[in-house]
Write a protein that binds this ligand. Structure first.
Ligand SMILES: *Cc1c(COP(=O)(O)O)cnc(C)c1O
Length: 228
């Protein structure tokens, strides 16, 4: 599946994104490492393949059907697949059968419970708790006020959900102050649950990843900026 032109184009885009991430993370600390999850929901497998060829390993999809199709085609590549979309109850079995490396979008205790019920004893799935950082009605996720409590309850009650941290989608606005604040609220939750083993704070997309990193994100989910 070699496509040298596509590889070059993608490499240039990824390189310039990595440069921006480097600047942003070093302003936090030289020890602050930020992982890139390439969101390929708009992309076909050729683009995923190109990204893989230049070293990208973590990929995110937001529809179970797409995750199934793409991961099946690329089954021979040691890709780390993340599910980042809304979890529909009727798709949970299919999602779990694909054994994603990380489900980033557990948006309530009830969703966690529904996933847990479908796992066998001893089976575990790694996941993040999605927080509605921007407190937007149409966006999913746990309200920040009950973020810590929900995180701890999942940890205590649902032993086969291996919670590794939190995820949020920043406020949908051009106001940098407001976007920062939505990330900061989630970072505060992250700092508390770090004492319970959380290590991932997934915040920042193409339009706001530098703000997210400044507010403590250590995982950015980048789609359009890499592939468009
Ligand atoms: C689509 C999507 C992204 C990537 O969005 P871009 O703006 O294209 O970078 C990140 N996170 C989630 C949850 C998404 O649905």
């Amino acid at each position: 599946m070699a496509n040298i032109n596509l590889d070059l184009e993608i490499r240039n885009k990824l390189d310039s994104v990595i440069e921006r991430i480097e600047k942003a993370r070093k302003l936090v600390s030289h020890h602050h490492i930020v992982k890139i999850v390439a969101v390929t929901k708009y992309s076909d497998v050729n683009i995923i393949n190109s990204l893989y060829n230049i070293g990208q390993r973590a990929f995110g999809e937001n529809r179970v059907q797409d995750l199934e199709e793409k991961s099946n085609i690329l089954i021979n590549l040691p890709i780390e697949w993340h599910f980042i979309g809304t979890i529909q109850t009727n798709k949970i079995n299919k999602l779990l059968a694909l054994k994603p490396d990380l489900i980033q979008s557990i948006d309530s205790y009830e969703t966690a419970e529904a996933i847990s019920k479908r796992l066998k004893d001893g089976e575990k799935i790694s996941a993040l708790l999605q927080i509605n950082g921007g407190r937007e009605i149409q966006k999913s996720g746990v309200e920040p006020e009950i973020g810590i409590e929900t995180y701890l309850k999942i940890g205590e009650q649902l032993k086969n959900i291996n919670l590794k941290g939190v995820m949020t989608i920043g406020s949908h606005t051009d106001e940098v102050i407001e976007i920062s604040k939505s990330f900061r609220d989630v970072r505060r939750i992250f700092e508390v649950v770090q004492k319970n083993g959380a290590s991932i704070c997934s915040m920042g997309m193409s339009g706001d990843f530098e703000i997210a990193i400044a507010e403590g994100s250590n995982m950015v989910r980048l789609g359009s900026i890499i592939v468009k």
